[in-house]
Design a protein around this ligand. Sequence first.
Ligand code: R5P
Length: 303
Amino acid sequence: MAPPEATWLLYFDDEAAPALRLAQAAGLNAQAIERHRFPDGELKLRLPVDAAGRLPRHAVLLRSLHQPNEKLVELLLAARTARSLGVQQLTLVAPYLAYMRQDIAFYPGEAVSQQVVGGFLAGLFDAVITVDPHLHRIDRLEQAIPVPQTVVLSGAEPLADLIAERRPNALLVGPDGESAQWIAQAAARHGFDHAVCTKVRHGDRDVAIELPALNAQGRAVVLLDDMASTGCTLALAARLLLQAGAASVDVAVTHALFAGDALQVLRDAGVGEVWSTDCIPHPSNAVPMAEPLAKALQSVLRG
Ligand code: R5P
């Protein structure tokens, strides 16, 4: 069953390509939000409207939240304006959801960003669809973003399909305990040999990793994780695996954040291929998510 015909998919110009792919897959009417930046840095948005100057009752906003700070202001302006123009059911599709990693105050006075940003999004949207949010100490997205409907997709299985094609006998390795969930999903799908490292983080670019008991000798290893930011986690794991005799180390991640020189950091560590989903637009994108996102959207729109 198709979603209600009048549903519009609102997007910003820098995400036109993924928006049009998603709109086509979900059978929605894609409409761009105009954005003007004033000389002092403030933003002005202009939402698309029909001939009567209104928006439909159902609308979807696509915004992947890498480089999130300004985008959170965009969401505030766009969502509040959409409501004032008649939208009653507003769904956020954020293939990458920011601020999910800071989920506890490690020191007195620290902001628990997951709760703060989650509460902010819950105040704007009725439903949230995302992919592999970094939920470490909680099980369900609605614990972080208390909205009536949430859908969490995973990049692990489609990435596993790609790995099975490119490295059929891969030894799948997770760089830290948190990656165990994605390693388990991917291994269950294709029967890969698999193992998970242990990691202690000392700083943004300072991690210590211990390999699990495994025989990497001569193996084509693929490191799989939800995201790479500085690349330091995957780079250190790759170095250790190559020292342990791995024939090759490639990398597969759902979210290609790859801040600064992260790709070079991986290359310098001996990493071969880098594959990612298109949740964050990046040259490493090899797995499209439009179809699963469209299915999730159709189920949300049907209520
Ligand atoms: C955290 O546990 C995540 O799963 C990643 O391992 C982490 O964000 C990677 O960060 P970086 O690339 O900066 O080492």
